[in-house]
Ligand binder design. Structure first.
Ligand SMILES: NC(=O)c1ccc[n+]([C@@H]2O[C@H](COP(=O)([O-])OP(=O)(O)OC[C@H]3O[C@@H](n4cnc5c(N)ncnc54)[C@H](OP(=O)(O)O)[C@@H]3O)[C@@H](O)[C@H]2O)c1
Length: 263
């Protein structure tokens, strides 16, 4: 399907690997003028080169840690020199810390809040003027299936991703006067470094092969397997396109069926 976004400008934050990388690739393949951002400059540069080689089109990049306000201000200033408008913003930074309530002190709660909520808040703030100039801006935020079916031992991200989804629903209405749509894609268990690291750690702790851990987690998913980042990216691109012109304030699950609530 031609998503009708050729020639538009898109920024993907958290794009050096995983779901952000695949989302950036999906948008680049649709012909957008792509800018990518994440924390580690060397890794990001390599991702830009890989994308350019895969799709045969140029990619601009800027390294920023979204948990640092000064980095995001630098990103904003750089963006304003690079482009007169932004049509698409994808925020793919976030993650969970496996812990029980008693293991989480204030510092752990605040660090996760910075990572999962404030990073996205800052990036939206930094790009809002450019998105307004688009005349039809679209924001797509990576949420999680967790808030629909809170996972055990993922208390902080269950709470903070729920807040992020509430933000999507609030901003979709608040930004309507600027014709900016705001949506979220909420993945289920998706095999990125977030999970490979977790699986390796659990396998070592329990002295079992990683495949045993994978099977245990996959067993709870109706489709019987983890998702791949390239299975999440098409939904991100779809929501970032004009094909979803009547969709805003939504959080769309792409989760292999794991969150099965009726509402
Ligand atoms: N994978 C899953 O199962 C799953 C499930 C539900 C929701 N999600 C959500 O989907 C999104 C993407 O997850 P993922 O699994 O693709 O993650 P990932 O593979 O860990 O990739 C995260 C990306 O974000 C960047 N990043 C991390 N911290 C950053 C920071 N402080 N500032 C700027 N960039 C930063 C990383 O680059 P650097 O290494 O350079 O920092 C990397 O490019 C997240 O919001 C996550 O919560 C994922």
């Amino acid at each position: 399907m031609d998503l009708g976004i050729k020639g538009e400008t898109a920024l993907v934050v958290g794009a050096s690997e995983g779901i952000g990388y695949e989302s950036a690739k999906a948008l680049l393949e649709e012909g957008v003028d792509l800018i990518i951002c994440s924390r580690n400059a060397e890794k990001l540069k390599q991702a830009a080169v890989k994308l350019e080689q895969a799709v045969g089109r140029p990619v601009r990049w800027f390294a920023a840690d979204v948990t640092k306000a000064t980095d995001v201000t630098a990103l904003q200033l750089w963006l304003e020199q690079q482009t007169i408008k932004l049509d698409i913003l994808v925020s793919a930074v976030g993650g969970s810390q496996r812990a029980l309530f008693g293991e989480l002190d204030d510092a752990a709660w605040y660090a996760n809040y910075e990572f999962n909520v404030m990073g996205t808040v800052r990036v939206i703030r930094a790009t809002l003027d450019l998105l307004k100039k688009s005349g039809s801006g679209r924001i797509v935020i990576l949420g999680a299936a967790g808030p629909r079916m809170p996972y055990p031992q993922q208390l902080v991200s269950n709470v903070h991703k729920a807040g992020l989804i509430a933000m999507v629903k609030t901003l979709g209405a608040e930004f309507q006067p600027f014709n900016i749509r705001v949506n979220s894609v909420s993945p289920g268990r998706t095999m990125t470094s977030l999970w490979t690291n977790r699986i390796d750690k659990l396998a070592k702790e329990r002295g079992v092969p990683p495949a045993v851990i994978v099977d245990e987690f996959a067993h709870e998913i109706p489709l019987g397997r983890f998702g791949q980042p390239e299975e999440i990216a098409p939904m991100v691109a779809f929501l970032a396109s004009h094909k979803t012109s009547y969709v805003t304030c939504q959080s769309i699950l792409v989760d292999g069926g794991i969150a099965r609530g009726l509402v």
